[in-house]
Structure formats: C-alpha cells, structure tokens
Design a protein around this ligand. Structure first.
Ligand code: GLA
Length: 645
C-alpha cells in the first residue's frame, strides 16, 4: 500500500483523485474500455477448463508437511480410485522451503522433510525426483509461494511453527518478489511442477510497524494490501504482480500445462479481476472446519457466478471435509460442504489426511455424480434462484441443453424446513413434467408439474439432477449460462464491500473489536437474475425474472456457439441509485454494431432489442452513459436477455 495517513480533510480530495486513478488502472488503460473488441478477455491459459481437483497438504498438516505424508496421500488417491475420478493435483503448501541460496538466489528445499530432494552436496536440492514420482503415478504436482518476499507462516506462525525458513534475513526471503522469473523457471522448467498457488501475506503482513519487522526478523514490504480497506490497498500493483506471474507462467510453459492459483483471499478487489489473471482466485480468507466459516467462504463466491468461466474459477478455499464440523460424525454438514462447492464450480482440493479416512468420507469425495456437477464442461457456476438467510436454492445449467440442471436446496439454519421447489426456480414451464434424481441416494423422485414440497433437515443440502421442459422453447437465458458471459467491464468505479457475506466470530481471535464487518469488495458487480445490489430486476414497473443486472459503463462479452438470435428488453433499473442519467444500450457481434437502443431514462418502459447473431463468435453488450463516473452508479437491466437457436 502507498501507506495513506489517517484521513484528514486535506487528504480527502487527494484520496478521491487516487481512487479514480486506481480504478482506471484496474479497468485497463485503453482510452475507451467500452469499445467492442470482438474478443473474449477472461483468462483461459493453463489447464483449468474445469475446476482443478486434487489434494493439498495445508488443511491436513499445516507446515508439518513431509514427503512421506504427501506420497502416502498420493498413493491413497490412486489406490482408492479417487485419482480415476479426477483428483489429480497433489499440492505441497507452505512449509517446504529451507532458504534462498545467496550466491545465486536459487531456492532450496528443506530436504530433511523431503529426502528425495537432496540430490548433491549440502546445498544441492531439487524437487525433480519428487515430481517424477508424482508424475509416474499419473498425477500432477503443485507447489506454493508468495507474492511478497515472505510467506504466511513467517507472518502468522508462532514460535512453535515447524519448518519455517532458516538463515539470515535475506536467506529467509523465500517469496517470489524480485525473483518471479527465476523461481517460476525453477519450479516449472527444472523441477517439473504443474500447479502453483501464490499467497499474498508477503505484501500484506510485513508492514514497517509489525513486530517481526521492527525486531529485525524480516524486511518491510508495502503493505500493498489492507484487508480491511480496499481504498488503502494498491489494487493496481497487486494485480500487476499477479499478472507478471501469469505472463511468466505462460512464457515458460509453451505446452500450457500449468494451473495458476491466486490466493489474495478476496482482498484487493480480486473478486472482480481474478477471472482475468489466473485459473483460480480465492474469494475470502481461510476456511476453518466450522459451520459458520463454511457459510462465510461459500457466500464469498456463491454470488459471483458471472465472474467464473472455463479457465478461471472462484475459489472459496480447499475442502475441510473430514475435520471438525465436517468430520465423519457430521456427515450432513460434510455432504453440504462438498455439494455446495461442486455447485459453484469450486476447485475440489481435499485437505484431509486420507490415510485415516473412514469409508463414509471416501464416499463423499468419491460421489461421481456430484463430481460431475463440479466438472461439467459447460462451466456454468450455479445461480442463486431463491435466497434467504435460512434457505437458498441454487440452479446450475449442465452441458449444452438448458433443460438439464443441477439444483441444490441448502438449509443454512438449525430448523428443518419444508421447501417449495418450483418450475420457475428451474426455468421450467409449469405444465411440463419435472424429473429429479437425488445425487446422494441415486433415487429418482416421482415426476411432478409446477412445484414439489421437500423437507430439508438443518444444515442439509439436497442435491438433484433435474430434467424438465424449458420455459424458452429453443433457447436459454444468458443468466443460465454464466460460464459463457464475461463482465469485461462491470461499471464498478469504487469497489465496495459486499454486505451479504455471512459474518462470523473470528476463528483466529476473540470478540474484541467491533466484529466481522463487511470487507470483501465486489458489491455492485454484474449479477444473474438480480440487480448488482441483489434486487429484483425491474424497469418502469416491469419485473424481469430473467436477465443480467449490471451498472452502466459496462461491457459484457458472451460466447456464441450455434445460436441464431439474441433478444432482450433493456432499461434503467427501478432500483438505480442514480435516476438522473440516460443510458444507451448497444449490441455488437464480433466487434460490429448490430443494434442500439435509444437513450433510456429512469422510468421509461423497457425497449425490446433483437439481433441476428448467426455465425458470430463473440457478442458484446455495452451500456453507455449513466454518469457512471459520478458518485452514484446507474443500475441497468438486460431483461430476459436470451440466446435463441
Ligand atoms: C494462507 C493461505 C492458506 C495457506 C496458508 C499457509 O493463510 O490462505 O490457504 O496457504 O497461508 O501458510
């Protein structure tokens, strides 16, 4: 962070100025970010066409990781059949490093715990024997680093933390900062890793005021991230550093066989830009094995459906199935955690010591139907179809047939509920037969029309495969296809904290202070079937059950396959904070203007727009105007936006 002093009135103007500079930077420096490009700009490099699956040492062992533990887990993954079901990445998290060699800056492995890494004299270490072993098992290997000079365990580990880096201050600088190219080359080209997770503690925790810096243990850096304040975070610099890693990964991996996992925990507005820079992007701070924390982490990703697509996924953190509230004595909770992660296309990274896994837990990890939901190639993250603090219904379009869905009914609360699942939730016609198959029991439910009443026990998630008659003959609403929509510019000028993420007592401290206040920027982003602020889509009193809600000053990219027509009804949303500014809506096909609306004002009836899109690859939906660079944004609605075959 450019350490901003406490705000005095003289600084307010300067802050406002630096904020707008920052957001311009965050949106790219092109003179007109709303100009059509005819291209898809979301991240597609690397190997994450579907969310990565595998195992990581962190939730199982913390920094008390060692080669035997990792290899045993890898063996179990293979022998149990989980590998054949898609669990492929075996990731070493924090704790592997010994020091950075000062003669040439090369990182050294702590070979005491990874004996196969001791390849030469005392200073010659290599992970190549380890990755060879992992590869020979048909698996992929992952490694861990930090954006700054130092790691999270160095920042937050207490005196008893095992396997902290050793040596002088410089030797203990094990993160990528200043070494991006050298380290990425070492990890991928020389050592043969296939996956890297890059944490951000090094640019967050080593402030000049921190005890560990003041006492001379570590050098100060930044901070670039202020977790509590996106305004005090250097968003552009954090993004630039992660992008530099992405560029290096691409350059050093001509075969593209890598996964880049951004771990900025929802800070630095990463929930908005992670989709452009990496394959995975953490949307919140760490998960812990408690129910309340699972809600927090789930919520941080669950309303970000439009910000994930094949190649780049929201990451609510690695699975904690097997621990605490999700252990073998809490199978309802463990199954909910797993099913919910699958519905929102989260990476399925097991964080459990599989050597001791009882069969009930292996059955959860190995549920092929639920894995298939997560791994569905269309990559549509589930959309929230019904929302309360007690019960939520999520619907995910599977494959290429919009009538094929997965639906999850999630009871967040402590009381059993009778839930009406309706045809409308599924975007099915009320007069068609609806068929549900329970993905835990594998039992089909009796067919029904219109709606069905289902009992959902406390903390339970019912999860079904669903078939029905789609409400739109021969087409699909864009809001059902979030994997094909990319909010290239979402109109958010000043990132705001999302107030709808479950707030819990801190797992890391007591109840000192004012509590867990909203901190994850991303509020006001593009939404499927609601406005950017979670309201019903409505233009001049006309309610849209379907559509995309976004702020003006935005550009959406949409991948077209075999559809022939695009239709929508546009207007300024009735919920807009800024009712004074007109907005014009434009539809482009492969960069060429197909249709434009008249300038639309708040209160004007929606205007219907239709365009022939046959043969087009990328559709772009631009909403210009709205005074989006003023303080109050204008909410606009692409009502009933649909692709018709
Ligand atoms: C951070 C990350 C975790 C884990 C630890 C390791 O807290 O968010 O996932 O990698 O660091 O120290």
């Amino acid at each position: 962070m450019k350490s901003l002093p406490l705000l005095s009135s003289c600084c307010v103007l300067a802050l406002a100025f630096s904020l707008s500079a920052l957001s311009v930077e965050a949106k790219g420096t092109k003179s007109d970010p709303l100009a059509p490009t005819g291209r898809w700009s979301g991240y597609t490099a690397g190997r994450a066409a579907t969310p990565p699956m595998g195992w990581s040492s962190w939730n199982a062992f913390g920094t008390d990781v060692n080669e035997a533990r990792v290899l045993d887990s890898a063996n179990t993954i293979v022998e149990s059949g989980l590998a054949a079901k898609g669990y492929r990445y075996i990731n070493i998290d924090d704790g592997w490093w010994l020091k950075r060699r000062q003669t040439d800056g090369r990182m050294q492995v702590r070979s005491q715990i990874f004996p196969s890494a001791q390849v030469g004299g005392a200073q010659e270490t290599s992970f190549k024997p380890f990755t060879d072993r992992i590869h020979s098992m048909g698996l992929k290997a992952g490694i861990y680093s930090d954006l700054g000079r130092n790691s999270c365990s160095q920042a937050y580990g207490g005196p008893g933390t095992p396997n902290l880096p050793e040596g002088s201050v410089a030797e203990r600088e094990v993160g990528l900062y200043g070494h991006i190219s050298q380290d990425i080359k070492l990890y991928f080209d020389d050592w043969g890793f296939d996956f890297i997770k890059v944490d951000g503690c090094g640019v967050r925790a080593f402030t000049p005021e921190s005890e560990k810096v003041k006492s001379g243990q570590y050098r100060a850096l930044g901070p670039l991230i202020d977790f509590q304040s996106v305004n005090r975070t250097d968003v552009a610099e954090v993004k630039k550093l992660y992008a530099e890693i992405a560029d290096t990964l691409k350059r050093d991996n001509p075969d593209g066989d890598f996964v880049f996992s951004i771990c900025a925990w929802g800070s630095a507005d990463v929930r908005a830009w992670g989709k452009n820079v990496g394959n995975l992007s953490r949307t919140s701070d760490d998960l812990t094995p408690t129910w309340a924390r699972m809600l927090t982490n789930f919520d941080s990703a669950a309303t970000r459906a439009l910000y994930a697509h094949p190649g780049s996924w929201n990451d609510p953190d690695m699975l904690f199935v097997g621990h605490g509230d999700f252990d073998e004595h809490h199978l309802t909770e463990a199954k909910s955690h797993f099913a919910l992660w699958a519905m929102i296309n989260a990476p399925l990274i097991i964080g459990y010591d599989l050597r001791k896994a009882p069969p009930q837990l292996m059955d959860i990890f190995g549920n092929t139907d639920i894995i298939a939901i997560d791994q569905d190639p269309a990559g549509n993250q589930a959309v929230l179809a019904y929302d309360t603090d007690d019960v939520q219904i999520f619907v995910k379009t599977l494959g290429t047939d919009p009538a094929h869905k997965a639906v999850a009914i999630f009871n967040r609360g402590d009381v059993a509920r009778d839930v009406n699942l309706t045809a409308a939730h599924l975007k099915y016609a009320a007069d068609g037969d609806i068929r549900l198959k329970d993905l835990w029991t594998k039992a089909p439910l009796p067919d029904f029309k219109g709606e069905v009443k289902l009992r959902v026990e406390p903390h339970q998630t019912l999860i079904f495969d669903a078939q029905g008659k789609h409400i739109l003959a021969g087409g699909a609403y864009l809001s059902e296809l979030p994997g094909r929509v990319n909010p290239a510019v979402d109109g958010v000028i000043v990132p705001q904290a999302d107030p709808f993420i479950h707030r819990m007592v801190s797992p890391w401290g007591g109840t000192q202070g004012r509590g867990d206040l909203p901190m994850y920027a991303g509020w006001g982003g593009a939404q499927a079937d609601t406005t950017p602020y979670g309201r019903t889509l409505q233009v001049a009193g006309h309610v849209f059950e379907n559509g995309i809600g976004i702020l003006a000053g935005s550009r959406l990219e949409v991948r077209i396959t075999d559809e022939r027509r695009f239709e929508t009804s546009v207007g300024v949303d009735d919920s807009t904070l800024n009712p004074s500014q007109p907005v014009t809506f434009y539809i482009y096909g492969d960069g060429k203007l197909l249709k434009a609306s008249k300038p639309m004002r708040f209160g004007q009836a929606p205007e219907h727009l239709a365009a022939d899109i046959q043969g087009i690859k990328i559709l772009e939906l631009v909403a210009r105007g709205g005074g989006a660079d003023t303080v109050q944004p204008t909410a606009v609605t692409w009502g009933d936006a649909a692709l018709i075959r």
